[in-house]
Design a protein around this ligand. Structure first.
Ligand SMILES: Cc1cc2nc3c(=O)[nH]c(=O)nc-3n(C[C@H](O)[C@H](O)[C@H](O)COP(=O)(O)OP(=O)(O)OC[C@H]3O[C@@H](n4cnc5c(N)ncnc54)[C@H](O)[C@@H]3O)c2cc1C
Length: 401
């Protein structure tokens, strides 16, 4: 334990930060986690949690709590390309379903779990500055609502502070595999739009739409277009959203008969990896690796990075392994896990028509349930794109009866 201050300060308390704080506190470390938000609160993000993310919640003993909130389970994913429709089961025998909990509920559950594990949680606390001494991060300076500035010290400061990470801005990590913003999308919540436990996706030229069942019998509907249209389309978000839906008429008719319950929100995100560690600091979640949301991997990735990073920090702080060796293993594992899905995600986010070989593959598997399940599990992050698109696997899928 740190003689003075904390072992670890985590900046940001949502999908990456609270699990990081929770896992370290469970190992006995003295942890402070701060967020300028208070909880429960929403954030701009749809919230499909694929089976690998659900499995993380189960490992942490939190899945039953999520289920107890009345979050509907999602046992089917449907991909409607127009002429081709693929639908199947996203999970595995151990974790067969996905969930799409409202962030108000999921993030609060995670913050509470961090506090229960023994982490000190400061909500409504904004970090203004990362403290650096002799080239090493040693703490944070920030303040609570209307309060005076305070400084806190730790052996390691973890940036779990998302897309516009102040920690990453301060430590200027190496960036790699960078790609520009590719997609802009907007969503809202609708009542009277049942999806019967199905995550529905509609892919049309230059447009992508999806419907996701969530708490309170609401269905989230998102519609997106290429980032090149971001500026022109933002002058009439509702009109462009409805125009996109009209490309899938039966779906548009269902939405037309439903009631919109909330305002439209949306955005675009860049695509990049950050080196996730350096002297006295580490990055988890979007602060360390961000990718377009079209494949809905961010929450599951945030959970995964929290587990990998806390394992590495524990190895380092307990003296089990040299710091750089442990943290470079975190980076290598994160990147190897994420890279094939990152490339697949960025390709999909262009909203360009599927290339001919993919069309051929999709036509070849349409109607064959085991092969369709495998395509669905690819999109759920259960099957790696590298394995799915391996020529021998494609031949096996298409050739199957
Ligand atoms: C439109 C959209 C749709 C998405 N849909 C999905 C989806 O369906 N499924 C999925 O898995 N992922 C989705 N994502 C991605 C997902 O939202 C993110 O990957 C995930 O939220 C990352 O979690 P995080 O904890 O790293 O960051 P965040 O959730 O962004 O949390 C960062 C926290 O840090 C706090 N913070 C920031 N700066 C400071 C500061 N200086 N001081 C104190 N606190 C600070 C913020 O208040 C915030 O609470 C979507 C994203 C977008 C934009």
């Amino acid at each position: 334990m740190a003689a003075n201050g904390y072992d670890v300060i985590v900046v940001g308390a949502r999908c990456a930060g609270s699990p990081t704080a929770m896992l370290l506190a469970r190992k006995g470390y003295r942890v402070l986690v701060v967020d300028r938000a208070t909880f429960p609160s929403d954030t701009i993000s749809t919230h499909l949690v694929h089976p690998p993310g659900v499995a993380a919640l189960a490992r942490w003993g939190l899945l039953d709590r999520l289920i107890a909130t009345g979050c509907p389970q999602i046992d089917t994913y449907l991909f409607d390309f127009g002429p081709i429709v693929i639908s199947g089961a996203p999970g595995t025998a151990d974790t067969p379903v996905a969930y799409a909990p409202r962030r108000t509920i999921l993030d609060k559950l995670l913050v509470d779990a961090a506090a229960e594990a023994g982490a000190e949680v400061r909500e409504g606390f904004t970090v203004d500055e990362v403290v650096v001494e002799d080239g090493r991060v040693t703490g944070i300076r920030g303040r609570g609502h209307g309060g005076a500035a305070v400084t806190e010290h730790a052996r390691v400061v973890v940036g779990a502070d998302g897309l516009h990470s102040l920690v990453a801005e301060a430590v200027r990590p190496q960036r790699y595999h960078e790609k520009p913003k590719l997609l802009a999308a907007y969503y809202s919540y609708w009542s009277g739009l049942p999806t019967k436990g199905t995550f529905e996706t509609y892919i049309r030229p230059g447009r992508g739409m999806a419907a996701i069942p969530t708490h309170d019998d609401l269905t989230l509907v998102i519609a997106g277009w290429p980032y090149a249209e971001f500026e022109t389309n933002r002058t009439d978000i509702e009109g462009n959203y409805l125009k996109a839906l009209s490309l899938a008429p039966p779906f548009a008719d269902r939405v037309d008969a439903a009631t919109r319950e909330e305002r439209f929100v949306g955005m675009a995100v860049p695509n990049t990896f950050h080196k996730p560690y350096g002297p006295g600091w580490a990055l988890v979640g979007d602060a360390g690796y961000i990718r377009d949301f079209i494949t809905a991997q961010g929450i599951s990735d945030a959970f995964r990075s929290a587990e990998l990073c806390t394992t590495a920090l524990d190895e380092s702080m307990s003296g089990m392994r040299p710091h750089d060796e442990a943290m470079s293993a975190y980076q290598a594992t994160r990147d190897a896990d994420a890279l094939p899905m990152y490339e697949f995600t960025c390709e999909l986010a262009t909203l360009e028509p599927p290339p001919p070989d993919l069309v051929q593959l999709l036509s070849g598997i349409q109607g064959k349930q085991p092969a369709m399940d495998e395509f669905v599990r690819l999109n759920a992050g259960v099957v790696s794109p590298a394995d799915f698109f391996a020529p021998a696997n494609v031949a096996r899928l298409v050739g199957a009866p």
